[in-house]
Design a protein around this ligand. Sequence first.
Ligand code: FAD
Ligand code: MLT
Ligand code: ZN
Length: 472
Amino acid sequence: MTALIETLIDIVGASHVLQGNDLQAYEEDWRQRQRGKALCVVRPGSTQEVARVVKACAAARVAIVPQGGNTGLVAGSIPDESGTQVLMSLRRMTAVRGLDPVNQTITVEAGCVLQSLQEAAEQAGFLFPLSLGAEGSCTIGGNLATNAGGTQVLRYGNARELCLGLEVVTPQGDLWDGLAGLRKDNTGYDLRDLFVGSEGTLGVITAATLKLYPKPVAQLTAWAALASLEDANRLLGLAQRQLGASLTGFEVMNRQALQLVDKHFPHLRVPMWQENDWCVLLELSDNESEIHARGLLESLLEGALQDEVVADAIVAESLKQAHDLWHIRESITLAQTQEGHNVKHDISIPVSGIPAFVRAADAALRAALPGIRFVNFGHLGDGNLHYNIQAPEPSDASAFVRAHEDQISAIVYDMVSKHQGSISAEHGVGELKRHKLAEHKSPVALQLMRSIKSAIDPLNTMNPGRLLVAPN
Ligand code: FAD
Ligand code: MLT
Ligand code: ZN
């Protein structure tokens, strides 16, 4: 091991091989539920350095865990407890390599923070539409490795749909340059799509070419209160019919989720949560003018109020008010964390089935564990709900999660399967859900995935023990 560390120091320099006590931030997951122990953290500064580090680790048969912003929610970016894995942080690789305004693409290194990428696009008059609560610290490499979703998927798709090309270092340390920003390329197996969503198990993403869009002329945000998820689905249908592709966001939040934001961040002044079971945040992006956009949104909401689909609604009067409303939505995750450990389920169901799923899952869980709190929110327009469970009040949240997580998740995931859904809509599988994946994915699909893994990474040195479990 000492020989490997000396080689790594040779490649990246002593100040970029971290050992000992300063690894805390790299070894613990964002939810502070799991902690591993790394042999060392290596921080390469270029693709060539990544390739040399991977080659050295492969020669020593030492596993690598790639890490971007370490904001993942399924514990896939931290090492195991063995103290033998090399954690590779991509955070030094932040360069914007180029922007092609005619092709409408931007090429960036994997460690570029999502918000910096959005800002680089904006400075050139474009929109990079991937948007999520962790955008101030997550990296584009991590977004692609998890095929992240967020709040604009309804209009622009997941990270996968925004990716036109990748540069990847394979588990053998070879470089695949697939960065060409082609919108059409039918030359066999789609390697790009294989690496997107592979959670660091097939190679290290070092750079990506991404789609840009013209910046909308106006963006307006509205907040509406509703009595039920059925009404939320009705409002979604109306908005899709009346606004078409201009509807860029449709987020739902239940009372309990907003109550937690109100409790932990009272200065955010959450509107309408006390009197209503559900609130919805809508975003309209318009290419004509703000007046045009406001007219469309007001007419949608007036109709919905008249038809009693919504109980109350406001359209943000200023950019600041719009930003404040979005800030409330993005604060739910942190408010939940402040409330204590919880059980998360990032599920997707066909949108039409979501109200029935929630009714059935609520009833089954209430019967099993009276007093639990349901914190539900998410990207209703994509059929993606964060169906989360918080311990009853008052109780020791960590002890409750330790005692009941498996029981709760088994009930929820069985219900998801009955509703033809997925147990991971956008967060990935990581360490947290790999056993659940093995239960809920078909044997044929699992076997195909294992074949791909062993063909590309026969030594199993890329993020081993993540995503897939070995067959029994
Ligand atoms: P990390 O956490 O560092 O890594 C995630 C996974 O990707 C790990 O398996 C890691 O090994 C792998 N990986 C990282 N970089 C590379 C690379 N260069 N090459 C190969 N593999 C790599 N997700 C959503 O989809 N939608 C949301 O709305 C959303 N909101 C969030 C809000 C908050 C407050 C937080 C904390 C998280 C949220 N997430 C959301 C989770 C989401 O997965 C991450 O925020 C983000 O996509 C991960 O990026 P990261 O750079 O932090 O990756
Ligand atoms: C979100 O939509 O806010 C994220 O996916 C984070 C979460 O589920 O907590
Ligand atoms: Zn989400």
